[in-house]
Unconditional design. Structure first.
Ligand code: KG4
Ligand code: ZN
Length: 352
């Protein structure tokens, strides 16, 4: 019997094993029919990198190498499936750290060859969007997408399924990078985003009027966060010189307020001018409680017909369920990767 696309030979939903090793999370997941998560195992290396204040690429690659096979076994076991039940393998092949990506890519190729299964190469950045599809919400087009992670800040327009157009991106620091750098400056720990998110709840967001960089009309959908970071450094420097004590909760709440306001207002402006029917947020910074709240508060009254899709918290940061989900439409179209697939550290949005 020949299987229908998307279904396996028994007529059940196709099972895809996703593999993710682009940065400091070693992850594997089994997803059925592109939407139903049967297992999602994520092993974070945060503790290994914390004392360096950021990800050390060499340590990340070595750790992926040690852990990945065990994580894959756990994902299969938790899903209650065997290698023989799978229909395809999916791997994140960029963007990311080259050594880290190579571990996932080499493992996926070896498995695809040994199991004689198709291999699907997934763009890690685009995969972040799928955290929203896994949530089960149907999407209406056109959709404006804000991807905010440790390495990227992108505003995109999804005109229809798979038709992506870039509206703008950061010119310097990514939103997550700004959170991490400010946290490092304040010696709060790594990664900085969740720590600032928590500490900011005790502070006054209006305490310090940090700059918002709106940029000119031609760049109205671009972002710049390095000036905000410098403003935080200058504020601390001047306060200390004058012998004033600085309330760290007030400082981080005001920093977060400035950053979130820019993200939300630019997304709203793009949604308005593109007559978007939905807005999606994705990436690690989409876990930020203030961003989630503020986006809802601003969009709902301004554009009442628009649907805001916010991924569940556990799917905002790197995971392999989003990789398996993103692979599903490619698998259905028979868009398979060759066994000489390489890692692409600088892969852009919209590139295969
Ligand atoms: O998407 P992700 O897991 O990895 C990349 O692909 O970069 O994003 C990680 C980033 C880090 O910069 C981290 O500080 C940030 O997401 N992040 C947050 C929060 N949780 C994670 N930033 C702000 N608030 C949070 N709650
Ligand atoms: Zn990511």
């Amino acid at each position: 019997m020949k299987a229908e696309p998307g279904l396996n030979k028994t007529g059940k939903e196709a099972l895809i094993l996703g593999i993710e090793t682009s940065c400091d999370e070693t992850a594997a997941a089994v997803v059925a029919g592109g939407r139903r998560i049967l297992s999602s195992i994520v092993s974070s290396q945060v503790e290994l990198h914390a004392r360096f204040g950021g990800v050390v690429p060499e340590i990340a690659s070595r750790h992926h190498l040690t852990l990945l096979n065990t994580i894959i076994d756990q994902a299969l076991e938790e899903a209650g499936v065997k290698f023989a039940d799978l229909q395809a393998l999916a791997v994140s092949h960029g963007p990311g750290l080259v050594g880290a990506l190579l571990v996932g890519v080499a493992t996926a190729k070896a498995l695809a060859y040994a199991l004689r299964l198709p291999l699907v190469a997934v763009n890690h950045l685009e995969a972040h969007l799928y955290a929203n599809y896994l949530n089960g919400a149907p999407l209406t087009y056109p959709a404006v997408i804000l991807i905010v992670s440790g390495g990227h800040t992108e505003l995109l327009l999804l005109e229809g399924p798979g038709v992506i157009r870039s509206l703008g991106r950061t010119r310097d620091d990514a939103a997550g990078e700004a959170f991490d750098k400010v946290a490092r400056l304040l010696e709060l720990g790594y990664p900085g985003g969740p720590l600032i998110d928590k500490l900011a709840r005790e502070g006054n967001p209006a305490a310090i009027d940090f700059p918002r960089s709106w940029l000119g009309d031609d760049s109205r959908y671009d972002f710049s966060f390095s000036g905000l970071k410098t403003a935080v450094i200058n504020h601390l420097y001047h306060a200390r010189r004058k012998g004033e004590t600085v309330s760290i909760p007030d400082l981080v709440a005001s920093f977060q307020e400035a950053l979130v306001e820019v993200l939300v207002e630019k997304t709203l402006a793009a949604a308005r001018s593109c007559r978007a029917k939905s807005v999606l947020i994705a990436g690690g910074v989409a876990a930020n409680s203030h961003l989630r709240e503020r986006m809802q508060q601003r969009l709902s009254p301004a554009l009442p017909d628009l649907t805001l899709h916010v991924p569940p918290l556990e799917l905002c940061t790197d995971n392999a369920a989003m990789i398996a989900a993103a692979a599903y439409p490619l698998y259905r179209q028979g868009l398979f990767a060759p066994l000489n697939l390489n890692a692409h550290p600088g892969l852009q949005i919209g590139s295969a």
